[in-house]
Design a protein around this ligand. Structure first.
Ligand SMILES: [Zn+2]
Length: 456
């Protein structure tokens, strides 16, 4: 362990935690032990926490007090069953946005931090976290990194979505990240002309982990691949990808190039990450932080292995409790255990978002991920023709495709793109191409290749 690593782990990190009155180190110790408990014990402790969160919210938080009164909830039944719990109304993002004050616990005393959601559906939302949330959320992430031998103080490269808001902000971030042994880049900085400078910095830094958006890490992997740079020599233990859905191809290129595995972090901005992929490629739910339900359109729980809509109850935020909150993703709970030996329950996420689905007038629907395969076929036929693309669904049967042209046969490539898209979605769709010089990232830093203007 280097001196810097040791300083960060044993002096700087604990000091910062203390100054913020947080206790991620203690929470990490607790989570590192609880992951090995039996599945039954994990689930029973989780259920006790669900009861505690619901009882407390029913007592203290105006929104829940009123809603539960309206449905005739038995406030004295502290030991309610899951059947009872299924009667609790679910929460939509809009309710949270329009009534945020009513979701806050007026009796909560303690420091609160403010966060905002990325607004991938167009509207961002302000959310609030208490100290317990901050401590456990950070601890949950460290626990997952520890599965790969990465610990507080290990050299990190983080490719962050946040654009810097100014020179001062940039300096402050760089100083903080230096002490944390982080090398920080903004996803907005990952551009062709800056990749050489970024690579040189990373090469000197020798990180144990790269954490960030897959599209940005993929751009870096392509750069090292094209320039035959020794990315393997970095000795990276894991690349943790977050926030965007990535294609299997992208992950494959990243893994080949850096000579390590990629691991997904899944979560939402309202709660942070709560599912992490282990070295056995299974996604483990952080049950000590979150209770997840998979429900059919009627609100009934689906069986393990079946797809359902994901709803979460956050277990670590008494200031702004979220109970049965619609995440907007589809996934399924998986039965069985994992070879890694950790008994945290398993799940998978099938589709990133409802907004990633292409709905057509003939009532058929397709996954926007198909577009990546179309683009791949086009790139194989006409290399360097389309550098980047983004499809926007304007109406049920019309699409605009923005294209950043390269030096190859752009006209032929567009023709093939149109032909393949029509083969997939039907001959009657209208396609309009638009030439652009670049495709900008979302305000959050995410890069999207499909936007639906009808999935509102
Ligand atoms: Zn596992």
């Amino acid at each position: 362990m280097s001196l810097h690593e040791s300083f960060t782990r044993h002096i700087y990190w604990p000091l910062v935690q203390k100054l913020k009155s947080e206790y991620a180190a203690r929470a990490l110790k607790e989570l590192s032990e609880s992951q090995w408990k039996s599945r039954d014990e994990i689930l029973s402790e989780q259920w006790q926490m669900v009861r505690r969160v619901v009882n407390k919210a029913a007592q203290d938080v105006p929104y829940y007090r009123q809603t539960y009164k309206r449905i005739g909830w038995d406030f004295n039944n502290k030991e309610f069953s899951y059947e009872d719990f299924l009667g609790i109304p679910k929460i939509e993002k809009e309710s949270l946005r329009d009534h945020i004050q009513e979701f806050l616990n007026p009796n909560y005393k303690g420091r609160v931090t403010e966060g905002s959601t990325s607004g991938s559906t167009g509207q961002s939302l302000t959310v609030f976290f208490n100290i317990e949330h901050e401590s456990y959320s950070e601890a949950g992430r460290w626990r997952a990194k520890d599965w790969w031998g990465v610990r507080p103080g290990s050299p990190h490269v983080a490719i962050w979505g946040r654009p810097y808001t100014g020179y001062k902000d940039r300096i402050a971030q760089q100083i903080k990240s230096y002490f944390m042994n982080y090398l920080l880049f903004s996803a907005f900085d990952i551009r062709q002309h800056s990749l050489k400078r970024i690579w040189n910095k990373i090469y000197r830094f020798k990180p144990h982990i790269i954490y960030g958006y897959p599209s940005a890490i993929f751009a870096l992997a392509e750069y090292t691949q094209n320039n035959k740079l020794p990315a393997h020599e970095l000795g990276i233990k894991v690349i943790m990808i977050t926030a965007e859905s990535s294609s299997i191809d992208q992950r494959h290129v990243i893994e080949e190039e850096f000579g390590c595995k990629t691991a997904n972090e899944y979560g939402c901005s309202e709660t942070g990450g709560f599912v992490y992929e282990c070295p056995e490629s299974n996604w483990h739910i952080s049950s000590e932080l979150t209770f997840i339900e998979f429900l059919d359109p009627k609100g009934k729980p689906v069986s393990p292995g079946e797809r359902g809509e994901i709803f979460l109850t956050h277990l670590r935020n008494d200031y702004m409790p979220l109970i049965r909150y619609r995440v907007g993703d589809i996934g399924s709970q998986l039965a069985g255990t994992c070879d890694c030996g950790r008994n945290l329950p398993l799940m998978e996420v099938s589709v990133a978002k409802e907004s990633d689905i292409i709905h057509l007038a003939n009532r058929e629907s397709y996954m926007s991920g198909d577009l990546l395969y179309i683009n791949k076929s086009v790139m194989q036929a006409y290399p360097s023709s389309i550098l980047q693309f983004r499809v926007t669904q304007k109406t049920m049967d019309s699409f605009e495709i923005e294209v950043v042209p390269g030096t190859g046969q752009v006209g032929e490539a567009k023709q093939l793109f149109e032909q393949l898209l029509k083969k997939q979605l039907g001959k009657n769709i209208q396609i309009h191409f638009k030439r652009v010089s670049s495709i900008e990232r979302e305000p959050s830093g995410k890069l999207r290749y499909f936007i639906s203007e009808i999935n509102k």
